[in-house]
Unconditional design. Sequence first.
Length: 94
Amino acid sequence: MDIWSDTKRLGKMGVTAHYLKYEADPQPPHAEKLSLCTQLIGFYHIPRSHSGASLAEALYHVLARVGILHNVRFQPCYICYTRLTALCTSLGSS
């Protein structure tokens, strides 16, 4: 996740996913391999300040939109993690 402001001071957030892709070679000797993949999965306008709550909400919506919210494991700082967990719980229950 990368956050910045453009020349008009509008907040932007880009979210990149890194994941492993399993590939089986159909040709003999049928080798298998894992490939590291990287993909831009979201580009989001942050309408409010770059507070933890607004960033957590934007990240939640990006992950939900691409359908991977349940697959993602977070390893941010503890404060960000607890805020994001609380937000996901409250948004998921509404």
